[in-house]
Design a protein around this ligand. Structure first.
Ligand code: SF4
Length: 449
């Protein structure tokens, strides 16, 4: 259970020496309770107090990392049920399943697709995270060969190999990486936990829908020294998984039940009637509350929607995605090309830039630092006013790049044109369209004279 500031204070030295950077031990305790400071900042905490404080400060959901070739997927460490309470931190890893019984060419094609697929979304490159290799053949050599092929993606692996013989073959083939091994049950957990420890893998613990039994099993495995665990509570259907995943998240966060304080893994393809429904259930799992999602099918359309959905959910709404303020050249502009101004909110920038680019018209796009807000929001907040626009025009050095003296402002801030004329003597202020989609038509009428 998390400690309050006062409970933490009682464990601190109470000398108010200020070495932690805070004026008093009490102030430091309050920051620790709010998770805005690190215990290591105080050099004088006793070992005994350290043990108590570290135990209390441990995240309610353990952080699990799987990795390969420098690419890592982290799951866990979440602290809230709802995104409006605070940010969701670790995006669930999206893995695509291959079976070792599939023809070699089919496996290699899928591995290549997972490796190469990328979505360019508001300046971010969104990609899939890895391959889940299922030991369906029953033959360790065949499985090891499939794992080796999957490693060609250069992404983390999930080894779906509950049989210890197959698990060993897969782990040996994946040596040098940190995979996730699925799955330990009451029947096989001892050999699998030993293997996971020996090969530095994380281990999925699988239940049959009974959360008490699952909690008992994780405690047994933890007592045996294996702590990097992920939970597969058992159900596969939409309602069963939603119920189990929400209950586990609530128990971990609200009841501080450490035995269920681990990330979750989901298999949406096993809970729906056909491939067309898999993305729907995967979207549910991304929202509530999977840390790893294993997809049975790869299609660019499904991958695109899931990657964008995930990105939007796991973006801090208080920190808008921004582009660097400055001057952007579109379609090789020359000295006669129009000069347009917008804000540095990514979605605004890309909406404007894409429209200008697809119009084929060259242009200079000046991006003002509006703290990542869209045009109207920034204007209402006083972050995109005449002074800011004039500062952007002068600061970017656009005057030396164009022969004309015309600047196009967004239609939504037409009201600024008079004031802007005063701020930018010698410049003519043109009011552009309100919506980016109308820019191509507007630019057809452009004349530098
Ligand atoms: Fe108190 Fe430790 Fe901070 Fe000194 S460094 S003020 S003892 S918490």
């Amino acid at each position: 259970m998390a400690l309050t500031g006062l409970q933490i204070y009682k464990l601190l030295p109470k000398t108010n020496c200020k070495e932690c950077g805070f004026p008093t031990c009490l102030a430091f305790a309050m920051k620790l309770a709010a998770k805005q400071a690190e215990l290591s900042a105080c050099p004088y905490v006793s070992e005994e107090a350290k043990v108590q404080l570290e135990e209390a400060a441990a995240p309610p959901i353990r952080l699990i990392t799987v990795s390969s070739d420098g690419y890592k997927v982290e799951a866990g460490n979440e602290t809230v049920l709802f995104r409006h309470e605070k940010t969701f931190y670790h995006r669930p890893g999206l893995f695509v399943r291959v079976r070792d019984t599939q023809p070699v060419a089919e496996i290699e094609t899928l591995v290549q697709q997972v490796r190469d697929y990328a979505v360019d979304y508001v300046g971010l490159s969104l990609t899939l995270d890895g391959i889940a290799v299922e030991a369906a053949s029953g033959d360790p050599a065949t499985y090891a060969a499939a794992v080796k092929r999957a490693m060609g993606a250069g992404r983390p692996l999930i080894l779906l190999a509950p049989d210890p013989r197959m698990a060993r073959a897969g782990l040996e083939a994946a040596a040098g990486t940190h995979p996730l091994l699925w799955s330990a049950t009451a029947a096989n957990w001892q050999p699998l936990a030993e293997l996971a420890k020996a090969y530095k893998a994380s281990l999925v613990v699988r239940g049959d829908g009974d959360l008490s039994a699952l909690a008992g099993l994780t405690e047994q495995i933890k007592a045996a020294g294996m702590e990097d665990l992920v939970l597969d509570p058992g159900p596969r259907d939409p309602l069963g998984t939603l119920t189990a995943f929400v209950q586990i998240r609530r128990l971990a966060l609200k009841q501080n039940l450490r035995a269920l304080g681990y990330p979750l893994i989901a298999f949406p393809g096993e809970g729906v009637n056909g491939p067309q429904d898999e993305p729907l259930l995967a979207a549910q799992h991304i929202a509530k509350y999977a840390g790893f999602v294993v997809l049975d099918h790869f299609t660019p359309a499904a991958a695109y929607s899931l990657l964008v959905w995930r990105q939007n959910l796991f973006t801090d709404p208080q920190k808008p995605i921004q582009v660097e303020p400055g001057i952007y050249e579109i379609n090789n502009p020359g000295p006669e090309a129009p000069v347009m101004v917008t804000t540095n909110f990514s979605i605004t920038y890309f909406a404007v830039a894409n429209e200008v680019e697809s119009s084929g018209h060259p242009g200079w796009l000046l991006v003002a630092d509006a703290e990542g807000m869209s045009v109207l929001t920034a204007w209402a907040a006083g972050k995109f006013d005449a002074e800011k626009i004039a500062k952007t025009v002068k600061g970017t050095g656009i005057e030396s790049k164009v022969k004309h003296r015309k600047v196009i402002i967004p239609g939504h801030v037409a009201v600024l044109s008079g004031e802007l004329e005063e701020e930018l003597p010698g410049w003519q202020i043109l009011v552009g369209p309100r919506e980016a989609v109308d820019l191509p038509g507007f630019l057809k009428l452009w004349s530098p004279n």
